[in-house]
Design a protein around this ligand. Structure first.
Ligand code: NAD
Length: 352
């Protein structure tokens, strides 16, 4: 017998790429029943019907339907705030796609509406379930690398910014809001303590009106540093993760989790100089076979459907939220500092 007698009715608003993905994922979540979808595009409404889904005729009809307990927003970034506040006022719980809003003030307005309506508002920071990230988290917790001091995390493509609204500032386009929000949301759980300094350079290689990528350098209060890079005009791949400790370096090449750890092996004595380019170096001479060990990554598996399960359990008062609005706000503030750093060309002092 099911432990969940009444699945909550959910409507996906914005049945584009991600809206469709939510419907697919929700298929395996018994706590939720997809009641239908709504999209302002007739083509997407038709697609929903062709898939056997109910296509609601307007957002207001969604809000007026008492069978709908949860509204899931998968519309372009600039529309999240108004749609979320309207849904909360109508007594619905809300799941919202990332980036939650274009700035922290907009999120504050939603959180206030959520408190007033006593309805749950949670952001779909699904990449906290990414197995590459969870593997790095485990690796750092196990201390295999010795004292951790720096990491680099990257996502790189060569096809430019996809779609239409993602290229427009008015819709909250650009790669900082699109991918930066994911990478930063994961990163801050890997390195304890406050971030103290932010330096960022956005890039616009093909002349779009929004950032096509960026390099972002963070310093934490414990002295650790992190480099976050996103690129859409990058024709060679670089590792998804590079993690450096005093006793080893871990590398994760790609989403298939190819990679490993190289650590310190037996005593190999003094390094011998090697010829390097037009010079000689002892410092950069590679370790000998005896001097290093190769270890596998401590691969972690996950199920992103736990996000929806936790949402329902939290809405019903049975659990604490896995994604907290304060955490999401911290990342919005961090991205605001990154934009300021790019604008001023300065390191921005940060206390959060
Ligand atoms: P998309 O363009 O494929 O889909 C957006 C859909 O929203 C379109 O079909 C459009 O017609 C519809 N729409 C626009 N305004 C609307 C409104 N007011 N009411 C109803 N429908 C409306 O975009 P996408 O890639 O699916 O992105 C949607 C959201 O999901 C964005 O916030 C994006 O950042 C997020 N997203 C998240 C992930 C993730 O992994 N969490 C991945 C991709 C996209």
């Amino acid at each position: 017998m099911s432990s969940v007698p009444h699945p909550l009715g959910l409507v996906v608003v914005g049945f584009g790429g991600m809206g469709h993905e939510h419907v697919r994922k929700l298929d395996g979540v018994e706590e939720i029943a997809v009641a239908g979808t709504f999209d302002i595009s007739q083509a997407r409404q038709d697609l929903a019907v062709s898939l056997g889904l109910k296509a609601y005729t307007s957002f207001q009809v969604v809000l007026d339907d008492p069978k709908v307990a949860i509204v899931l927003l998968a519309t372009p970034n600039d529309s999240h705030k108004d749609l979320a506040i309207a849904a909360l006022h109508a007594g619905k719980h809300v799941i919202c796609e990332k980036p939650v809003t274009l700035n922290s003030a907009e999120l504050d307005a939603i959180v206030e509406a959520s408190k007033k309506a006593e309805r749950l508002f949670m952001v779909h920071q699904n990449r906290r379930w990414d197995e590459d990230y969870l593997t790095v988290k485990k690796l750092l917790a196990e201390g295999t690398l010795g004292k951790f001091y720096h990491l680099e995390t990257r996502v790189l493509g060569s096809r430019g910014i996809p779609g239409d609204w993602r290229k427009l500032a008015k819709n909250g386009g650009g790669m900082m809001l699109d991918w930066g929000v994911h990478l930063l949301d994961r990163l801050v759980f890997l390195i304890p303590g406050k971030i103290t300094q932010v330096f960022c350079k956005l890039n616009y290689p093909t002349g779009q009106e929004v950032d096509e990528g960026f390099h972002l350098f963070l310093t934490f209060e414990g002295g650790q540093t992190a480099l976050v890079e996103v690129g859409t005009c990058h024709y060679q791949s670089l590792p998804l993760w590079l993690v450096l400790g005093t006793k080893g370096t871990a590398l994760i090449k790609d989403w298939s989790l190819e990679g490993g750890i190289v650590g310190v092996g037996g005593n190999e004595g003094d390094a011998k100089p090697i010829v390097a380019g037009a010079g000689l170096t002892k410092t950069m001479a590679p370790r000998t076979e005896k001097g290093e060990v190769h270890l596998p990554l401590p691969v972690v598996t996950s199920d992103v459907r736990d996000f929806y399960r936790n949402f329902v359990a939290t809405a019903e008062g049975r659990a604490e939220p896995l994604i907290r609005n304060e955490e999401v706000r911290r990342i919005l503030c961090l991205m605001e500092a990154a934009f300021e750093s790019h604008r001023t060309g300065q390191v921005v002092r940060f206390e959060g």
